[in-house]
Unconditional design. Structure first.
Lengths: 221, 217, 240
């Protein structure tokens, strides 16, 4: 299973490297979202600074949806899903590989976006350990849930619209918990560890769901 | 030795439509069978069923000893399907595509590169992204992936479409070599002359069912 | 069975309406608004019940030993009713909230979880609508449904915590137990729970029977399709 996962993750990341969609389209989009928030909140300096954690995670969420869409667009052309089914790869391995590739791309994005809020909202990024740890957990959870819903919606003509509808309500807890941890850490407050529990539970649940469900869902797509 | 393919009254559905409505087929190892029929008759569905991609709604389907009604996933690794769609990632090069496909099936990088050599996709061509290939070159790439996996059953859907004369000779050579090695081959093709030399039997597909006709040598 | 449920719920609901609107006294603090008490909690309860039934049906459908089309039909029937009752819960909650707290919406744990539950239901039904093949639809939506509904405890956990830290003004802490319920009010409340549950049962049976009829239609369509497919063989066999 893990060998297959490494193979699939490598393939997905290699495609990304060649096509550079994540770097040239998704990252700028996420940064533009940060800018648009400033417009929406009337560039109110204090407000932006206080809200920077939440706004950051909304931007990450949107970028995450796009990244998952891209991950499944790779196999959208005719015959490629058949190719995956015929390949002899363990479906659980395919799931882990795809999720890992999404997580990897999101991680890079998050680093740039963190720079974005430091610059645009004057957020001061201290407590790096907590920030990184919570972001890692949240990213794993987002990637896992996204990959599960990606395969649910794959093969349907309406994937572009169905995927956000299915995914966003489900990942709301991640947004809440990660946003809270970052907010608390950026304001140097207490009580971040409690929220981390939610991130851990979410990641575990959706990793398990993906490993179990990806095989049957791949058959249906 | 047991049959490579044994289908009895197989019904297969795509949505609510019966693409196969009671098909029978027997293929022995080392045999080449030609499938003929009009567009929409069910040739592609028959091939996909044998590859384990199409669920069996009713009837009996045993391919390479595996009952497809029980579990159709096990047989996939052992067959080679060359279909209409070439299953290539546009952004990856020829070499990357074949390597991924071969390693996914448990093969090695050397096997992949050797197969590329066999089909004549070497040098700078091997590093070209798949999106920039001609249709014939895409076919060759897909063929390389199939060859490298050394399947026990070859399922070829209109394999000559888009191939030039050299490529056709190449394909025939590869098929003959596979047959000599004991693999079964089912070819669906509109092109009469080329294939009849290879095939020992012809099966006509119409309305999702099959009728046998023997080739007079 | 269906008739019993129908009559039971009709009688129960009428009685609830009469008692609720005319017989029971208005609350000291909330006045007439408290009469929503006879609708909102029961409707919410049915929404959660419907969700539970759908989740259970998804599990039973996927479990190899109990796999049967019955569970798939039950899942979709319950989900459709669930969406309606979920929306009703939010609507009645809103109507309560406006005069009581001055806002149409409050981010308390229950309302927020219910809103997300509604979104999950809608997603589930959207997925079903888009998949045409009945077998694939059953399998795909059962898995997707389960995966979505597994999220609900996590959502609830996070939202409850979020709320306790939120420090809203005490006025905004909606506690449905706060109107002191006693005597005729308690009986009416109990009656409304029972009546709405009966209503759910009645709707479920009807919707389920609808699905059975739909499947029968599909099966008969299959016979016709097979016959047409065979007929194709005749003209195409000659002369191509």
């Amino acid at each position: 299973m893990f060998r297959d996962a490494a193979l699939v993750a490598g393939k997905d990341l290699r495609v990304e490297w060649r096509s550079r969609v994540g770097a040239q389209q998704v990252l700028p989009f996420a940064l533009v979202v940060l800018v648009i928030f400033a417009f929406a909140l009337d560039a109110n300096h204090n407000l932006l600074q206080t809200a920077s954690a939440g706004l950051y995670w909304v931007a990450v969420l949107f970028a995450g949806v796009l990244t998952v869409q891209r991950s499944f667009a790779l196999e959208a052309p005719d015959g490629l899903r058949d190719g995956l089914r015929l390949s002899g790869l363990d479906p659980a391995g395919i799931f882990l590989g795809k999720a890992a590739a999404v997580a990897g791309q999101l991680a890079v994005l998050e680093v740039f976006l963190a720079g974005g809020i430091a610059v645009l909202y004057s957020a001061s990024l201290h407590g790096v350990v907590l920030l990184v740890l919570s972001a890692a957990l949240a990213t794993i959870g987002l990637a896992a849930a996204g990959t599960v819903y990606g395969i649910v919606a794959a093969g349907l003509g309406v994937r572009e619209t169905l995927l956000p509808l299915l995914l966003l309500p489900v990942v709301a807890p991640v947004l809440l918990a990660a946003g809270k941890v970052w907010e608390i850490t950026l304001q140097s407050g207490p009580g971040a560890w409690g929220w981390m529990r939610i991130l851990v539970v979410f990641a575990v649940v959706y990793l398990a769901a993906g490993v179990l469900a990806f095989g049957p869902l791949l058959e249906e797509s | 030795m047991a049959e490579a393919v044994l289908l009895r009254n197989v019904v297969a559905l795509a949505g609510r439509f019966p693409v196969l409505a009671g098909a029978d087929l027997t293929v022995a190892p080392g045999q080449v069978v030609l499938l003929r029929g009009a567009n929409g008759a069910g040739k592609t569905s028959l091939l996909r069923l044998c590859a384990g991609l199409l669920p069996v709604a009713s009837g009996r389907a045993v391919v390479l000893g595996e009952d497809l009604g029980l579990d159709r996933r096990g047989v996939r690794r052992r067959v080679g399907l060359l279909g209409h769609a070439t299953q290539l990632y546009d952004d990856l090069s020829v070499r990357d595509n074949v390597r991924f496909s071969v390693r996914a099936g448990g093969g090695t990088l050397e096997q992949a590169d050797a197969a590329l050599g066999l089909v004549g996709l070497t040098g700078r061509l091997a590093d070209t992204p798949a999106a920039r290939l001609s249709a014939g070159q895409r076919r060759r790439t897909a063929l390389a992936s199939v060859v490298a996996r050394r399947p026990e059953l070859w399922l070829l859907d209109e394999p000559y479409a888009g191939l030039d004369a050299d490529a056709r000779v190449l394909l025939d050579g590869l098929v003959s070599a596979a047959v000599a090695g004991g693999a079964g081959v089912i070819i669906a093709s509109h092109e009469a002359g080329q294939v009849e030399e290879l095939a020992q039997r012809t099966v006509t597909v119409a309305g999702g069912r099959t009728t046998e006709s023997v080739l007079v040598p | 069975m269906r008739r019993l449920l129908g009559i039971g719920s009709a009688v129960g609901l009428t009685l609830t309406a009469v008692l609720g609107l005319f017989v029971t006294p208005p609350d000291r603090v909330m006045g007439t608004l408290v009469r929503l008490l006879y609708v909102h909690p029961s409707v919410a309860w049915v929404a959660y019940l419907a969700f539970g039934v759908t989740a259970l049906a998804c599990i039973c459908y996927l479990w190899p030993r109990t796999r049967a089309p019955f569970w798939d039909r039950l899942a979709v029937s319950s989900a459709e009713i669930g969406v309606v009752f979920c929306a009703l819960t939010l609507a009645t909650g809103s109507i309560w909230g406006r005069p009581t707290w001055g806002v149409w919406w409050a981010w308390d744990a229950r309302l927020t979880t219910t809103a997300l539950l509604l979104a999950l239901f809608i997603g589930y039904l959207a997925l079903r609508r888009v998949t045409v093949d009945p077998g694939a639809r059953a399998r795909r939506s059962a898995v997707a449904g389960l995966v979505a509904f597994a999220d609900v405890p996590i959502v609830h956990m996070s939202v409850v915590w979020w709320n306790t830290l939120h420090q809203p003004a005490t006025v905004l802490r909606p506690s449905l137990a706060s109107p002191t319920v006693s005597g005729s009010m308690a009986w009416t409340l109990f009656l409304s729970f029972v009546s709405f549950t009966l209503l759910y049962g009645w709707l479920l049976v009807h919707r389920y029977q609808n699905s059975v009829l739909e499947s029968r239609l599909e099966d008969e369509g299959m016979e016709i399709a097979l016959a047409e497919r065979w007929a194709e063989a005749v003209p195409s066999g000659a002369g191509r």
